[in-house]
Design a protein around this ligand. Structure first.
Ligand code: ZN
Length: 467
């Protein structure tokens, strides 16, 4: 018999304040055929209702823009955090500060037959200051100029031990199906942003722990730093193009300072080791609990991220993977990728040529003009359609070779309407594209509160039509 499809949804506890626990879970089961709740239990805030009353039909109590404070929505067990100076902070928000949102979810979900995952959503920068743990500075990565960056360093023992304690805390203390982990960081501060990753800061990490880790591999951190600074300086040069063209000039710097590429590898190896440690820790405490991973959008849409992350080894630390294959969001990330490669490596090549090149590299159809829905929701002028979902699902399934289930992450799409062109692009078509390509399930992102009722119901229709 075929295994049941997993139909998951990512959910912030603040939804309960606005819609009630039982009602939220019942709606998800009834409207969307959801059978697994991924509850954000730690450690992130700042998600918000983007459009206030726009989603009245599904979220009638929403009054307008709202910002979550972050911190722990579960109750942290402080004795587990002795190995680190970082201590978890309970979410200070009224209505959530005095409850354990994970326990509340488990109690309400069990009678409904819903599985519950604790979603560990680690993103320092997204916690509001009152929900951010003390001693943050002790764990921060350091950028190429020597400044602390708003990102934990995986080579820092305080941060590493904090992440492992957070893993143990949720695995040991809750009757859950498992943990589901999302680390943000791709595209924000990973080192080789000049190869196509968007950057809000400078390349990381040049802290003492990373410099030591590089030294052990025979890599000279000071040369990496010099190489990055030359690339940054070259990119910002106002005086026209070098004689050999910008691309050759950048290659020249990288050939002279191969440590620049080694630094990307160091960052990814360190992150990968963290994945392995979290998995091993969880399994050592309770081998029956599952460990699933979010695979961030840049791995689908940015060449360096795709090269650095290997789905083929994901089974070493995962019971399942959830690639983000968000049509509209991915088109925005792709657009950033085009922009960064154009800006960073190929400024003397027309932007359209860079875009054609990347479409060919990935084998994607060109994105099309976004409907007002996607434009407003994601701030992107273009989006991909179900063809993108199918393409990526097939590719990723080939990479994992059946060793772990693939639960495709789908973002909210316009619901199917009577308009024929919509029916080719809408929510049901994306669900079908993922499942026809062999996905073992889907996970609705980014969060339940983003979804209008019509799109939630479209997911339910598509799932039930396959039963
Ligand atoms: Zn570091």
């Amino acid at each position: 018999m075929k295994d049941e499809l997993l139909v998951g949804v990512q959910l912030f506890p603040f939804t309960y304040l606005h819609e009630g626990v039982e009602q939220t879970l019942k709606r998800l089961r009834e409207w969307s055929a959801v059978n697994a709740i991924m509850l954000v239990s730690a450690n992130r805030g700042e998600s918000k209702y983007a459009f206030g009353k726009r989603w009245d039909s599904g979220h009638e109590n929403v009054l307008g823009p709202y910002k979550a404070k972050g911190g722990f929505y579960s109750n942290p067990h402080l004795d587990l955090y002795d190995g680190t100076a970082l201590k978890p902070v309970k979410c200070p928000e009224e209505g959530l500060s005095d409850i354990d949102s994970l326990d509340v979810t488990i109690d309400a979900a069990r009678p409904l037959g819903l599985k519950v995952y604790a979603m560990i959503f680690e993103a320092l920068y997204a916690n509001q200051p009152e929900a951010l743990y003390k001693n943050t500075a002790i764990a921060l990565a350091q950028d190429v100029l020597g400044r602390p960056a708003m990102q934990g360093c995986y080579n820092n023992p305080h941060y590493r031990n904090f992440l492992l304690a957070m893993t143990e805390d949720h695995i040991r203390n809750y009757d859950i199906e498992g943990i589901y982990i999302e680390f943000e960081g791709w595209g924000m501060q990973s080192p080789s942003y000049f190869l196509g990753l968007p950057n809000k800061g400078m390349p990381i990490c040049f802290c003492d722990h990373c410099m030591d880790a590089a030294r052990k591999r025979g890599w000279d951190g000071d040369r990496a730093r010099k190489g990055f600074l030359e690339l940054i300086e070259r990119r910002g040069a106002p005086d026209g193009m070098p004689d050999d063209g910008a691309f050759v000039e950048s290659l020249r710097i990288m050939l002279h300072y191969p440590e620049v590429l080694a630094w990307e590898s160091l960052w990814m190896q360190t992150r990968q080791r963290m994945f392995l440690e979290i998995y091993g820790t969880a399994k050592a405490i309770d081998p029956d609990k599952k460990v699933g991973w979010n695979v961030n959008s840049p791995v689908q849409t940015m060449p360096v991220a795709r090269a650095a992350y290997d789905y083929g080894t994901a089974h070493n630390y995962s019971d399942w993977v959830k690639p983000n294959v968000h049509n509209a969001f991915a088109a925005g990330m792709f657009d950033q990728s085009v922009h960064r490669i154009h800006h960073g490596l190929l400024p003397d090549t027309p932007r359209e040529t860079v875009m054609d090149l990347l479409l060919n590299v990935f084998g994607y159809e060109p994105p099309f003009e976004a409907e007002p829905f996607a434009r407003e929701r994601f701030g992107t002028k273009t989006r991909f359609g179900p063809q993108f979902v199918e393409h990526e699902t097939l590719r990723i399934r080939r990479k994992v070779q059946g060793r772990v289930p693939v639960y495709v992450g789908l973002d909210v799409e316009p619901p199917v309407s009577k308009d024929a062109s919509d029916s080719l692009r809408g929510m049901e078509a994306s669900v079908n594209a993922a499942l026809n390509a062999g996905a073992e399930g889907i996970i609705m992102g980014q969060f339940y509160h983003d979804w209008p009722r019509e799109s939630l119901e479209a997911v339910g229709r598509a799932i039930r039509a396959r039963a």
